[in-house]
Design a protein around this ligand. Structure first.
Ligand SMILES: [Zn+2]
Length: 168
């Protein structure tokens, strides 16, 4: 029985990560670094977004921030309690702290970011005793798919003569 429950939870994580991957792929097609996020509460997707700093001329327009903003506007509350954020790449420091501000219950990410990840890789801001909220973290969900999307994007960009910005 416990095994069944775990299995269902894992399938849910993969289901929502696939939705985040679709947002990431859209971002990549728009020329943005392909990272996507969806925010879910009680099995309902409140918001989804792709990374968009170039299009929005906004250095804070990471997928996680856009999803938090859209979900907050939708539910009419800046506190997003009992929500789970799914994102294809481990959040940066800005986004990890935004999750703390929003009181998001849980973060699920795909690929780890060994250069800038703030949910355990470089910083652990999701579980920082000096903050007044901690976010439960599960990493590595559909990690290969998430990594391949980023790798292919940067490979194609290098082939075009562009340079990467330090991610992936
Ligand atoms: Zn970020």
């Amino acid at each position: 029985m416990i095994g069944d429950i775990k299995n269902t939870a894992m399938q849910d994580d993969e289901y929502w990560m696939a939705a985040a991957l679709a947002e990431a792929a859209n971002a990549g097609r728009a020329g943005e670094v392909p990272v996507g996020a969806v925010l879910v509460r009680a099995g309902v997707m409140l918001a989804g977004a792709g990374n968009s700093p170039i299009a929005l001329h906004d250095p804070t327009a990471h997928a996680e921030i856009l999803a938090l903003r859209a979900a907050g506007a939708r539910v009419g509350n800046y506190r997003l309690k009992d929500c789970v954020l799914y994102v294809t790449l481990e959040p940066c420091a800005m986004c990890a702290v935004a999750l703390v501000h929003a009181r998001v219950a849980r973060l699920v990410f795909g690929a780890a970011d060994p250069r800038a990840g703030a949910a355990g890789s470089v910083f652990t801001l999701t579980d920082e005793a000096r903050f007044n909220h901690r976010v439960a973290v599960t990493g590595g969900v559909l990690a290969t798919e998430c990594q391949v999307l980023l790798r292919d994007f940067f490979r194609a960009r290098r082939a075009d003569g562009g340079s990467d910005c330090g991610l992936a």
